[in-house]
Design a protein around this ligand. Sequence first.
Ligand SMILES: [Zn+2]
Ligand SMILES: [Zn+2]
Length: 393
Amino acid sequence: MAQSPKNLRIHFYGVQGSGAVFPIKEERDDIRLHSDLDLLKKVFERIEAETDETGALNCSVEDLIGGPLNSESLRQFRDQVGATEPTIYGGWTSCFRIETSDGHDIIIDCGSGFRLCAQDLSQKWGDKPERTLHILGTHAHFDHTEGFDQSNVCFDPRNHIHFYANRSYLTSIDRHLGIFSHQADRSDEGRPTPLNYEMMPASFESTEIRDIAADGDEPNPMVTQYHDLSKPIKIGKTTIQPFSVFHPDPCLAYRIEHNGKVFVFCTDHELRHGDNPDFPLQVESIESEKRLIEQARGADVLYRDGQFLKAEYLAEKPLGGAMGVPRKDWGHSCIEDVVDMAIEAGVKRTYIGHHDPSRKWSEMIKIDADLAEQSKNLGQHIELAKAETIIDL
Ligand SMILES: [Zn+2]
Ligand SMILES: [Zn+2]
């Protein structure tokens, strides 16, 4: 079993934006070519090292790869020579887990990555008689909620699942499942799930995060309690400050602090590029961006939505089609703007995610290489987010 985290351990389960993807044949060929080439280079280096002045090889193939030509020897050889693994950027939609030094598990979002996250949790919990899972929701869009009822955590009576989110997130989870209100809406034809709370023996709790001064706190059968947006949430030794960002559906971002280590999570936020600085949406977007910069100032790690390149956002360049499509008011930011913001806020490590499902793997490799080059000159680390990343703080 992995050691407990020193402070925070952040697991990336889903960094894909808008919809889950699986690489098509052309991309799989690309990935294969990339790793084959790397391994071949290492083999040739090894052959060169074992060749004498006359050009004769001084050892057998078995000696070269460290055993008979089978998958086990090849695996060992690959590890020994440090062949690079193919980089997998996306796949499942939004889901992150944060393990804390005092034993809590805090999840952000239940996109399709949540199914894998739940499998890891079940393994970690083993026979533990009581388990509490804290889930921070960002907003109601499907790519942030779709994985919840596909996970095994709902079906174990030992599990207590506590959601913290805005009303639209809680409503989207509750509407057909009824896990908070015990009223599953069965009126729709083509309901998104055959399941409901009667089949789910776990216990559920909901804390609605809202701006109480502006919106009030009138009772709602779905809500166990309210939490004011301006105040931090405390889970053990971890302090979580929610704040609003700019997106077509109300969306929350979170600043998570534990023993002085800071992780800022901001998915689905748009720094809007509009012509009129007084246009209300433009004003709102700029205010949100300023808020985000303040919350991220000096953070150890930032995850932020950067779905488009600026030329794609402005429809000067196509993305997944033959012609450019304007992306203004789709609710997502440009990679170049995230870089500027990370520099301004002095973030130590920035992971740019919510990848567009139409972005090709080969393009991701190129963008990531450009970011690595920029990082060298900055003294700050900036890269594209990759599924299965684990960060220890
Ligand atoms: Zn999204
Ligand atoms: Zn969204």
